[in-house]
Structures are given as C-alpha cells and as structure tokens.
Ligand binder design. Structure first.
Ligand SMILES: NC(=O)c1ccc[n+]([C@@H]2O[C@H](COP(=O)([O-])OP(=O)(O)OC[C@H]3O[C@@H](n4cnc5c(N)ncnc54)[C@H](O)[C@@H]3O)[C@@H](O)[C@H]2O)c1
Length: 458
C-alpha cells in the first residue's frame, strides 16, 4: 500500500485543525458570520444567525442598505424593523463599513443575485465579483458558502478557482460549500428557520462544518454528496414549480374554452389525498426564481448537448399568459360594454409578482401594462406595497409610475378593473360593488365569496 507522503500528512493535519477550530467556535456561538448581499434572502438570514447568538456582519455594495441596517431599520416590507433593531442594539448584527472586514469572519455566506443576461443566459457577474472580493482577503480557516440559486458546477468550477488564486486550497486551508436558499417571502407558515437546508460540501470537511453552522440556525439540515447535487436540487425544486404552473395555465386556457372553471377543478382535485398537488394559474410567472432559474439548467445542459424540452415548453406557455389575459380582457370589454381595448380605461390591482410582498421583479403586471398601452388602453395601477415602479432593464419606460389611491370613484370610472395580484389588503367587496367590469386572474373575488355577471376570470 502506498504510504502517505509527509506533505499529504501535513495537509490532512491542517484540514483537521481548520475543522476543529471552526466547529469549536460554532458550538460556542463565537464564530463570526459574514453575509454578503443583504436582499430578500441575505437580510432574514443575517437576522436568523444573530437571533441564534452568532455575531453577524452584513456586507453589501448598496451603502443605503448598510446605513439602514446600522440604524436598526428594515428596508424590506415583510421583515419588521422591530426584528432588526434589537439585534443591532445588542451588538449581534451590524452592517460593515468595508469588505476588508471579511477577513475577520469565520464563515462567509454569499447571497447575491443570479439573474439572466439579455440573451437569457446566466448572469454570473455578481457571483464572480463577490468571489473576487472574498479572495482578496481569504485566510486559512474560513468557511465560504454560496447560497445564490445557480447551475450545477458553479461552486467548484467558477467560485473555487477564484478563491484558490492566492494559493490557498479548498478542503485544506479553507472550506467551501453550497447551500441553496429556499426563502419564500411573505410565507407566514415557513420562514428561514423552519425550512430544512440542503448542503453540499467541496469535500467532507466543508460539509461537516457547514452542516454544523446551519444546524445552529435552522430546523433541519439535509447533507448531500456534493455542491453539484445541492445546486441541482435547488433547480429541480424551481423547475418543478415552473412546469406545473405552466401545465395548470394550459389547462386554464382549455377549460375556459369549454366553459369550465379551472379554480373549481383544482379545489375539487386537491381533495384526493395522494398523487395530486395543487398549483394555481395566473397572469404569468414573476419573481426572481421561477421565471429565471430553469434557464440556468437549460444553459448548462447545452454544454452536454442536451435540450431541456420541458423547461422550454413551460417557459413558452407561461410567457404567453399576459397575452391570454389581455385577450380575455378585450373580449370581456367588447361583449359586456361594447367597448374596444383602444381608448379603454383599465385600473390594474396589484403590481407585485405575488400577494403581500413588495417585490416587482419579473412581475407579469409590468408586461401587461406595456401590452395594454401598446393596444391603446390607458392603464393606472394600485398596489399598496409598490408606491412607485423602480427602474428595471426590461421595463425601463415604466420607471417612476406611481400607484393611484383606490377610491370608489376611481373604481367606478374604470372601464375594467384587472386583478393581477391578490393582495389581502384590498377590499374586494368594495371593488366588486363599484366596478363596471372585473377581470380576475387570481380568483380573488370568488375566494372572497363574490360572484356575479360583471366578474370574468382570466
Ligand atoms: N428572493 C427570493 O425569494 C429567493 C428565494 C430563493 C433563492 N433566491 C436566490 O438568492 C439570491 C439572492 O436573491 P435576493 O432575492 O436576495 O436578491 P436581492 O436583489 O434582493 O439582494 C441581493 C443583494 O446583493 C447585493 N449585491 C449585489 N452584488 C454584490 C456584491 N458584489 N457584493 C455585495 N453585495 C452585492 C445587492 O445590492 C442586493 O442587496 C439569488 O440567487 C436568488 O435567486 C431568492
């Protein structure tokens, strides 16, 4: 049998020492946790680690977020300042003044965006920039975890070589893992602490320490064999949603034509105690995950000469939904009021991509406004969570449009009210009472017990 060389023995001893030290600090809650990217994922994660007793430092390129955090103020609607402020006051959570502070961290967790480029390919700029920033101050004994949703191979093929540029080795000098974020903003049943966390380590030592760290914060950890497996798991979860939503959107179109209510079908179908899981139709996909992540796999699969046909088809069907909604709206206006879409006044309710959140990324509402205005309608919107449309690459022309107040007079003045997002805060009875016509893409009125001639589902 081949004897280990002295160098190999030294490497193993070094790795063991890193693991021992980090695990010791994690057990005593003295391990310093740095979170890079304090958005919808990073901020609640930072709060969670601080609540569990770890000293946490938040890093972000946006100085406004750092200032706000240090003032104990949340800048995300569903994360209360009263959750943030006591952690800041207690000295357990702080925004960092500069990225050199990363060197002091025991664990560095990356939660930066992973969008698509204009050509619908993975835009890895933020991950690469962050890896380069970490590499500048990387020291032996640190754990680095990537949480951003991404294609299988990102951690070991993209992030690891950048971190190793200075000569330190993953698994020997520092530890590297991937653990996908499963945050569901606005979900009142499951939050960061109660969602099990999948972890794949670049080697057993990384898995051991990363598991230990997250065990100190979340209800359950699910170790898997590699970062690639963990990356694939995240994409599988989101592709599962995208494909099922597409299927139910297609069924909606078919059943509409047959005069069958898709919502009634789903309500009854979900009483089957096995083999069925409800997904709901809507005006199109939105948010930072479901419309985007599947295409990370499509891109990577191309390198293996494989076509992702289910994903492409689901994308095609889901992308068609705003157009379908517009057709239903035009049809309803014409049949019910003898009106054309051109010149019609449309009041859109809800702009966020889903209910009760202030996130408008990829929201189909934005596409709908553009399409309706292109067709000659005049559109105003009301969204209690989005007072103003923020700049976005694809819908730049809508920047700074403002939510209008929701008054009886405004509802009555619209030729049609179009419900795109079913925020709980809207009084749907009032809407139904005063509107001439309501086109409902979320079944919000029926759920509020309101039916009638002037309500059309789309
Ligand atoms: N939002 C969700 O519900 C959700 C759920 C699961 C997974 N994810 C994934 O988590 C990741 C983050 O998503 P998010 O919704 O929190 O994004 P976000 O845009 O809300 O936040 C990202 C933050 O990263 C900061 N940032 C960008 N580049 C940086 C850099 N180089 N250094 C430091 N900070 C930088 C931005 O200023 C921003 O504050 C994405 O990969 C996303 O797909 C998001």
């Amino acid at each position: 049998m081949k004897q280990p060389t002295a160098a190999r023995k030294a490497a193993v001893a070094a790795a063991r020492a890193v693991v021992r030290k980090l695990n010791h600090r994690i057990a005593r809650r003295t391990a310093k946790v740095g979170i890079i990217g304090l958005g919808y994922v990073g901020l609640p994660l930072a709060c969670l680690f601080a609540e569990k007793g770890f000293p946490v430092t938040g890093f972000d390129v946006d100085p406004k977020k750092i200032d706000s955090l240090n003032a104990g103020k949340s800048y995300i609607k569903h994360i209360a300042s009263k959750r943030v402020a006591p952690l800041v006051r207690a000295g357990r959570l702080a925004g960092s003044a500069g990225f050199r502070e990363l060197r002091k961290m025991d664990a560095v967790i990356i939660c930066v965006p992973t969008p698509l480029t204009r050509f619908r390919e993975p835009d890895m700029r933020f991950v690469v920039a962050t890896a380069e920033t970490i590499a500048n101050t990387l020291r032996p004994g640190q754990l680095v975890v990537l949480e951003s949703s991404t294609y299988p191979g990102t951690t070991t093929e993209l992030v690891k070589p950048i971190l190793e540029r200075g000569g330190l080795k993953s698994g020997r000098d520092f530890l590297l893992a991937y653990s996908p974020e499963r945050e569901d903003p606005g979900n009142e049943t499951y939050g960061t602490a109660s969602i099990p966390k999948v972890i794949g380590g670049d080697g057993p030592a990384a898995l051991d320490v990363a598991k230990n760290l997250y065990d100190g914060a979340v209800v359950k950890t699910v170790p898997v064999s590699s970062p690639e497996a963990a990356e694939a798991i995240k994409l599988t979860e989101n592709i599962f949603r995208a494909v099922n939503i597409a299927m139910v959107n297609e069924l909606k179109v078919i059943f509409d034509a047959m005069g069958i209510d898709i919502w009634e079908v789903i309500e009854a179908a979900k009483t089957k105690p096995f083999g069925y899981m409800p997904f709901y139709p809507g005006p199109g996909l939105g948010g930072h995950c479901i419309p985007i992540d599947p295409f990370y796999l499509t891109w990577k699969a191309r390198a293996h000469n494989i076509n992702t046909r289910f994903i492409e088809l689901a994308g095609e069907i889901n992308t068609q939904m705003p157009r379908y909604v517009m057709t239903r709206l035009a049809d309803a206006l014409s049949r019910r009021a003898g009106k054309a879409l051109r010149g019609a006044k449309i009041l859109m309710l809800g702009l966020a991509y889903k209910k009760n959140v202030d996130d408008m990324r990829e929201s189909p509402a934005l596409t709908l406004i553009e399409m309706l205005e292109e067709a000659g309608a005049s559109v105003s919107y009301h969204d209690p969570f989005i007072p103003r449309i923020k700049p976005s690459r694809e819908h730049g022309a809508l920047t700074n449009r403002r939510s209008v107040p929701l008054s009886k007079a405004r509802i009555a003045a619209a030729d049609a009210v179009l419900i795109v997002t079913d925020h709980d805060r809207i009084d749907y009875r009032d809407v139904a009472r005063h509107a001439k016509l309501v086109v409902d893409t979320r079944n919000a009125l029926a759920r509020a017990g309101i039916a009638g001639e002037k309500v059309i589902k789309a």
